[in-house]
Design a protein. Structure first.
Length: 398
């Protein structure tokens, strides 16, 4: 999607929040109808029935009639599509939308084409029941039939047109690259390149810790707490912007340079789950300390490096040219001789083959194995591969 920054006036800001409130209300109302379904009550009202109910509700309630019918109907349509995706097994179960977290509306049809270019840097869009809102032209406006307006936790408004950009053509050089994702090194390529996702600076991390401690001391519901939460959201949004920018540039560069990209098939959702408390055998009823804290730090490191989004954007920009290989023992296998043993991995950054003495960066060595599509399934130590020149001599001596 092509996303642009919106700059509404204070009055338009209030009107947009009201439209988001209506869309969130319709979504939650449809979710309540769907979640209360039982076999005795009959079928759940579909999109057409809910639209008829919406017409009756708009005639009965003035506050609902003051909003845009397009926004309200589209919220029902989005929920119907979410239910279909859930039953198809491609998405998770629809959840409740909360104020301050899910702020957004979707405009479709002829109203989505009401965009006027003012000059080289600015344009304006006519949002129903809001008026003409200015947006910053960071790129050319695509031809789209719908767009979505969202507000993040930092208070920024964005407009995203539903337009799929064309894929990046392959260079047709026949080059294959492997990519190993990590926490210390965000992405290591089999060519020897080590890529690191930028995050918050040292000063910004100290500022974030200070704000989090202040938030813990604030009274719930106070203005000071709201200001502290807004400052924290601003810092986190800055880190998210840097991460997304790095992912877009990295995925574009890799898709342009290589014909085939091989990555590890990782289950990131399962890897970032909350750790279960492990009981302490010496103290009945107590648990081992620092287990959840260490797992939480690892989860933050995985999410901060954007493992899933990087592969997702690669698949969007290079469709059919991204392969997922098994990640089993890729960090313990020598990329030169194929010898697999736990002792090969001396540390987090150093790989030294105990059979041939080959030494390399551990992440680059894993990326070489991924590029070769090598997946070791044996759990025992595997002997080093013998070259083809020595095979006849061994056969003759036997």
């Amino acid at each position: 999607m092509s996303r642009y920054r919106l700059y509404p006036t204070p009055a338009q800001h209030v009107a947009l929040l009201e439209q988001c409130r209506h869309a969130r209300y319709m979504w939650n109302l449809a979710l309540e109808q769907w979640s209360m379904w039982t076999r005795e009550k009959g079928p759940v009202p579909g999109f057409a029935d809910q639209c008829r109910q919406l017409t009756q509700a708009r005639a009965a309630f003035r506050w609902l009639r003051a909003g845009s019918q397009t926004v309200q109907q589209q919220a029902l349509r989005d929920f119907a599509q979410a239910v279909k995706n859930f039953y198809a097994g491609t998405h998770r179960r629809p959840t409740w939308r909360k104020a301050g977290l899910h702020e957004g509306v979707r405009i479709v049809g002829g109203q989505a084409s009401r965009v006027v270019k003012l000059n080289r840097r600015w344009a304006k869009v006519n949002v129903p029941k809001v008026g003409w809102v200015r947006l910053r032209l960071s790129r050319a406006i695509p031809a789209a039939k719908s767009y979505r307006i969202t507000r993040d936790r930092a208070g920024r408004w964005h407009l995203a047109f539903a337009a799929i950009p064309p894929p990046i053509p392959a260079p047709n050089t026949g080059e294959v690259v492997g990519m190993d994702r990590g926490v210390t090194v965000s992405a290591a390529l089999s060519t020897g390149e080590l890529l690191t996702c930028p995050g918050l600076s040292v000063c910004e991390q100290a500022r974030l810790k200070q704000l989090q401690r202040r938030l813990a001391r604030c009274r719930p519901g106070s203005n000071r707490r709201q200001q502290t939460k807004a400052a924290i959201a601003k810092l986190l949004a800055r880190a998210a912007d840097r991460r997304k920018d790095w992912i877009e540039k990295t995925s574009t560069d890799v898709a342009r340079r290589f014909d085939l990209v091989r990555v590890e098939d990782l289950r990131i959702l399962q890897m970032t789950r909350r750790a279960k408390a492990k009981p302490d055998p010496e103290r009945p009823g107590a648990y081992l300390p620092n287990r959840r804290r260490a797992k939480a730090g690892l989860n933050r490191g995985i999410l901060a490096n954007g493992w899933g989004l990087l592969v997702q954007r690669l698949e969007h920009k290079a469709p059919g040219r991204v392969e997922k290989v098994s990640s089993m023992y890729t960090s313990q296998t020598c990329g030169v001789c194929g010898h697999c043993a736990p002792e090969n991995r001396e540390s987090q950054a150093v790989f030294r083959c105990t059979a041939r003495g080959h030494q390399a960066n551990a992440d680059v060595n894993a990326a070489v194995n991924i590029a070769a599509g090598r997946a070791v399934s044996a759990r025992r130590e595997t002997p080093p591969r013998v070259s083809s020149k020595r095979e006849p001599q061994l056969a003759t001596s036997a």
